[in-house]
Design a protein around this ligand. Structure first.
Ligand code: SAM
Length: 185
């Protein structure tokens, strides 16, 4: 069984004009994805941001729930934040996972846009169940990961679609649906 890791990328991502930007870390993404990651047994949820001030902000938000009043008031949040790590860039994320496993993670991009050569949820789930190689799922913010970055990844998960053509999910919803498809009972 492969260990699953998540990375939430804040830069570089697209804005609505498809310009390359950095987005801000949001309280909701920290809390909701941490709780989802804990529910589905994700090994670590990396929150990736190049700006020191943003990383400090995220640490302060989590710090409130990890010690003192916040931790007493809601131990569930403390537990969920126990598997969150703030990282400067993806290179740091790749290096840490490789150091832990002695092998590089299989990098799997997610996107609402269609790409050629995507992997199905059934296939990735089977790989997770049968392999030992760690899996790193990459999620974007803003209007998504850069096309050239998605195409550089080892695999691209097929986009989530319902019975309509609309599939622009919030990242929190996308993480929930994807983890349930890959790890749900
Ligand atoms: C584009 S961002 C949108 C973020 C938005 N600003 C928010 O409030 O969450 C959402 C990220 O969620 C994932 N995502 C969104 N819709 C998806 C879909 N239909 N299929 C697969 N992944 C999706 C991708 O990782 C994408 O980069």
């Amino acid at each position: 069984m492969s260990d699953i890791y998540l990375a939430l990328v804040h830069s570089p991502v697209y804005n609505k004009n498809m310009e390359i930007v950095a987005t801000s870390i949001t309280n909701l993404d920290l809390h909701d994805i941490a709780r989802c990651a804990t529910t589905y047994g994700v090994k670590r949820y990396y929150v990736v941001h190049p700006a020191e001030a943003q990383r400090q902000l995220a640490k302060r938000i989590m710090g409130f729930w990890q010690e003192g009043f916040g931790a007493e008031y809601n131990p569930d949040r403390q537990e969920a934040f126990g598997r969150v790590k703030i990282a400067k860039d993806l290179a740091q994320v790749y290096a840490e996972i490789e150091a832990e496993h002695g092998t590089a993670p299989i990098k799997v991009a997610t996107d609402a846009r269609k790409y050629a050569n995507t992997v199905t949820y059934a296939k990735l789930r089977e790989d997770i169940d049968t392999m030992e190689t760690p899996i790193l799922l990459l999620f974007g913010t803003g209007w998504g990961l850069l096309k050239e970055d998605v195409e550089k990844m080892d695999q691209i998960l097929e986009p989530i679609y319902g019975p309509t053509d609309y599939n622009h999910l919030s990242v929190r919803s996308a993480v929930s649906i994807i983890l349930d498809r890959l790890r749900g009972h």
